[in-house]
Design a protein around this ligand. Structure first.
Ligand SMILES: Nc1ncnc2c1ncn2[C@@H]1O[C@H](COP(=O)(O)OP(=O)(O)O)[C@@H](O)[C@H]1O
Ligand SMILES: [Mg+2]
Length: 369
C-alpha cells in the first residue's frame, strides 16, 4: 500500500469522524466538569472539611466504591473549590504511582530523598505543613506489599500538625487490611460510594455531550447509561468511552460501541494489575474447578513458578474482593456439601489475560479458552 495515499485517506476519515466533536477534552478521564454531578455522600465529606477548617479537629475518611464511582473526580473537584473558600489546603497523592510510605512522602515534599530514613523524611514533611491540610491518598490499597503496615497512615495519625486524611479505595476489604494501630488512631469514618444508577450516569454523560459535542441523540445517551449500569459495575469510564465511539464511529451500533469500550477498559484494568493479582486471575482462568479454595492451590503453584511468595489465603481472598470491585470477576455463592463457598466467574474474555501474562511473565501457560 502507498503510505502517503493511506495517510491522506485516513486524514479525511478522521476529519469526518471528528466533525461531531467540539471539545475532545470531555472524553479525557481527567477532565473535571465545572459542575459535576454531586452525589449526596460527598456532602458529609464537605461538612467534615468545613468543621476541620473552623475547629482544627479532623475527621478521617476511608471512601470505598467500585471503579468508576467518582471517588477521584469528587476529591479533585473538592480540591478545586474548597481551599478557595476556606483556610484549608488539599494535597493529593495516588498510591498506585507512589506505592510506599517513603515514596508518598517524597512526592508530597516534591524532593528526591534517597539516603534518608522514613522517620527523618516524616520530620521534614511535618515541618513543611504550615496550615490545616487535607491529604487525599488515592488507591491506597495499591501500596506495595513491602509496606504492608502502610506506615504513612500511622505517622499521619500521630502527627501534631492539623492534618485530615481521606483515603480512597476500590477494595471493600480495605479496613480489614489496615493495621490495628493506624486504624484506631485515625478513627476512620467509612463511607461507601454506591454504584451510580442509570439516571445519574445519564446526567454525567449529558453534561459532557452538551459541552463537547456538536449534536447528539438523547435516546442513545440514555441507552448507553442503561447498558453501563446493567452490564458493568456502573463504571462511568465505560459510559464515557462508549459515547466517544458512538459519536466518532456513527456507523456502528450503540451495542458494538459499548462492547469495544468495555474491552478497551478491561485491557487497561488488567494491565494495571499487580503481578500477584494477575497470577490470581490466571489461576482462576486455568483451573478446572472454579471454587476459590481450589483456585488458591493453583495460584500458589503459579507464584512458585515465578519465584513469588504467595499471599496467605485470607489476603488472597481479600484480593478476590478487590478483583470483583473492579469488575473482572464475580463471586457466586454455591452450596458445597453442607456449607457455602464461592465460585469465581471471570467476566471477560480470557485471551486478554493471556496477552498481558505473555508480556509480564516468562513461564505462565496460556489460560484455558
Ligand atoms: N459525579 C460525576 N460527575 C462527572 N463526571 C464523573 C462523576 N463521577 C465520575 N465521573 C467521571 O467518570 C470517570 C470515572 O470516575 P473516577 O472518579 O475516576 O472513578 P473512581 O476514582 O471511583 O474509579 C472519570 O472520567 C470521571 O470524570
Ligand atoms: Mg480513582
Amino acid at each position: 500500500m502507498d503510505l502517503t495515499e493511506y495517510v491522506q485517506r485516513q486524514k479525511h476519515v478522521v476529519a469526518q469522524q471528528s466533525r461531531a466533536v467540539r471539545d475532545f477534552t470531555v472524553f479525557d478521564y481527567n477532565y473535571i466538569p465545572e459542575k459535576p454531578f454531586i452525589r449526596s455522600e460527598s456532602k458529609q465529606i464537605i461538612d467534615a472539611m468545613l468543621r476541620f477548617d473552623v475547629s482544627g479537629i479532623a475527621t478521617n475518611f476511608a471512601v470505598i466504591g467500585s471503579r468508576g464511582s467518582g471517588k477521584t473526580l469528587t476529591m479533585k473537584y473538592l480540591a478545586r473549590v474548597v481551599p478557595a473558600q476556606t483556610d484549608l489546603s488539599m494535597r493529593y497523592v495516588n498510591c498506585r504511582h507512589h506505592n510506599t510510605s517513603f515514596k508518598i512522602l517524597a512526592r508530597l515534599l516534591n524532593k528526591r530523598c534517597t539516603g534518608l530514613s522514613l522517620d527523618k523524611l516524616f520530620e521534614m514533611f511535618s515541618e513543611s505543613i504550615t496550615g490545616k491540610t487535607v491529604f487525599v491518598l488515592d488507591e491506597v490499597d495499591l501500596m506495595s506489599a513491602k509496606d504492608k503496615n502502610r506506615d504513612i497512615l500511622y505517622l499521619l495519625s500521630r502527627s501534631e500538625k492539623p492534618v485530615m486524611v481521606i483515603m480512597l479505595s476500590n477494595n471493600p476489604h480495605l479496613l480489614r487490611e489496615l493495621d490495628a494501630a493506624s486504624k484506631s488512631s485515625l478513627q476512620l469514618v467509612q463511607m461507601h460510594f454506591a454504584n451510580y444508577n442509570a439516571e445519574q450516569i445519564n446526567a454525567i454523560l449529558l453534561e459532557r455531550a452538551q459541552k463537547g459535542l456538536v449534536s447528539y441523540d438523547y435516546t442513545e445517551v440514555s441507552e448507553i447509561a442503561a447498558m453501563t449500569t446493567k452490564k458493568t459495575n456502573s463504571d462511568t469510564r465505560v459510559a464515557i468511552k462508549t459515547l466517544y465511539y458512538n459519536v466518532t464511529e456513527p456507523q456502528k451500533s450503540v451495542e458494538s460501541c459499548f462492547e469495544n469500550a468495555r474491552k478497551d477498559i478491561v485491557i487497561d484494568v488488567i494491565n494495571d494489575l499487580s503481578d500477584q493479582n494477575l497470577l490470581i486471575l490466571t489461576a482462576a482462568a486455568q483451573n478446572k474447578s472454579d471454587l476459590t479454595k481450589n483456585i488458591y492451590d493453583l495460584y500458589c503453584r503459579l507464584c512458585r513458578s515465578q519465584c513469588e511468595k504467595p499471599f496467605s489465603y485470607v489476603y488472597y481472598y481479600s484480593n478476590l474482593g478487590y478483583l470483583q470491585s473492579i469488575g473482572l470477576i464475580a463471586l457466586v455463592s454455591t452450596k458445597f456439601g453442607r456449607t457455602y463457598t464461592n465460585r469465581v466467574v471471570l467476566t471477560f474474555n480470557h485471551s486478554i489475560l493471556f496477552d498481558t501474562c505473555r508480556l509480564r511473565f516468562s513461564r505462565v501457560p496460556a489460560p484455558r479458552s
